[in-house]
Design a protein around this ligand. Structure first.
Ligand SMILES: [Zn+2]
Length: 464
């Protein structure tokens, strides 16, 4: 999939000693085949097929592989290529499971990995078989080139990321940590944003919001539906839900988000750039936030702890006023949020003695630990994006949670990366977790180039 010389030059600039040894056109053909093979294995309910494929591919190169599983249907794969041990290992991860599919929604079958019009179609093309194939091929190339490195590079193909991390990262951290312990890791969560088919900027996920939650419980007198009261539980719940859902919680920046918004302004059109700058201006910030709330909810969510009412329950018969109604809120907290204080603030916003705010226990993800945006690892990733795509990288606070949240509290400096994808595809329904999913075809070769570039730099790889 090597097209044009720009990519080759970019790569040869990064790792000049290797270009004589690696036939990139052959490697990229193999990379595409492996990527398609991974997508063609349905891993919506079990990761057995993917684990077997990764094992077979690595063992064919003479790389030792171990499979560890809490549940045999959800195996994890671990492989290691040794360095000289002068630095602590680098971990490269991809998750082998995907979310489910509704096959009737797909133009090309979800496990076809069909190539059409410059895209590869299939569940997992973005999330996360793109990272998994790139990590796997990087291991293959490190072995083939017999790279001498300052540190071990460890690959993990992890199971159960999509809502079942107990059998994946949870199990690995609890039961196999010495085998995956590393100074740094690369995993999902960032990537390159294309607009109009052109790479605009890259993101490196360095922290993420923490899933919290709460229920709103409204009480009122039960009674006959023909004699409505001003204390109706559903009416009070409805008001409270609307108040918190349309509330603009206090905005707060951290190192990552401040840098993100400043750099995003640099790569944005003038009007968008001005709006981003307005966020920092007390006079104009509220209007800028409201614009983002309406037009760019993902960006707006990075500004504060967010609240989304997602389940509402109350009543059982049309002529009976119920005595209780509840709403379940998905709250995504800033990593350093003081949650008891935040819940108190919500109570003030709701300002209704009939409605109680009941905090949930967490959903099993540890509190966020921010990662350095000035480390050598960060700089190597930033440089790799620049070399391969010619774009600036922005540190990103993810609004969703990833498996990195389990590793960071154990001292692993995790950075979320990813392949290039079309920004427009999110609204067209081709994004991660959408009805359909696709990745630009040339992202396959470029993502491998990026991964190779970043990993060899971080590992201090040298070649004869
Ligand atoms: Zn994922």
């Amino acid at each position: 999939m090597l097209k044009g010389s720009g990519f080759f030059l970019a790569l040869s600039f990064a790792v000049p000693a290797v270009c004589q040894q690696i036939d990139w056109s052959k490697v990229n053909d193999q990379a595409m085949r492996n990527y398609q093979s991974l997508v063609q294995i349905d891993s919506t309910t079990t990761e057995v097929g993917v684990a077997a494929f990764v094992k077979k591919t690595l063992e064919a190169e003479g790389i030792a592989v171990s499979i560890v599983a809490q549940d045999p249907a959800h195996p994890n794969v671990i492989a290691r290529i040794k360095g000289n041990g002068s630095k602590k290992p680098l971990l490269i991860m991809g998750h082998s499971d995907t979310v489910k599919v509704d096959p009737t929604k797909w133009t090309f079958p979800p496990f076809s990995a069909a190539r059409n019009g410059g895209y590869v179609y299939g569940r997992g093309t973005l999330d996360d078989k793109s990272n998994l194939f790139a990590a796997m091929m990087t291991m293959v190339l490190l072995k083939r080139t017999n790279a001498s490195m300052d540190r071990d590079v460890i690959l993990v193909s992890e199971a159960g990321e999509e809502g079942n991390s107990r059998v994946g990262i949870g199990y690995l951290v609890a039961g196999h940590f010495p085998e995956i312990e590393a100074e740094a890791c690369l995993a999902e969560g960032g990537g390159v944003i294309r607009r109009g088919g052109v790479a605009r900027y890259a993101t490196i996920q360095t922290m993420e919001k923490r899933p919290a939650g709460a229920k709103l419980v409204a009480q009122g007198p039960s009674g006959h539906g023909s004699r409505p009261t001003r204390q109706n539980a559903i009416a009070h719940l409805g008001q409270a839900v609307a108040k918190v859902a349309f509330w603009d919680p206090p905005m707060r920046f951290n190192d990552t988000t401040r840098t993100y918004f400043e750099k995003l302004a640099q790569v944005s059109d003038p009007e968008d750039a001005q709006r981003l700058k307005d966020l920092f201006d007390p006079e104009k910030s509220a209007a800028a936030r409201e614009w983002l709330a309406v037009h760019e909810p993902g960006t707006y969510s990075m500004l504060h702890t967010s609240i989304s009412p997602n389940i509402i329950q109350g009543g059982f018969q049309s002529n009976v006023a119920p005595s209780e109604a509840t709403a379940t809120l998905d709250i995504r907290a800033l990593p350093d949020e003081d949650m008891p204080a935040f819940y108190d603030l919500m109570r003030k916003v709701i300002d209704d003695p009939q409605v109680e705010v009941v905090p949930n226990a967490g959903r099993g993800r540890p509190a966020g630990v921010p990662i350095s945006i000035t480390s050598d690892t960060y700089k190597a990733i930033e440089a790799a994006f620049q070399k391969v795509y010619g774009v600036m990288a922005l540190p990103l606070m993810g609004t969703g949670a990833t498996d990195m949240s389990q590793l960071r509290p154990r001292g692993v400096q995790c950075y979320g990366v990813g392949a290039a994808r079309d920004d427009e595809d999110i609204l067209k329904g081709f994004g991660a977790h959408s009805d359909q999913e696709r990745m630009p075809e040339d992202s396959v070769a470029k993502h491998l180039a990026f991964f190779w570039n970043a990993v060899t730099t971080i590992a201090g790889a040298k070649f004869q």
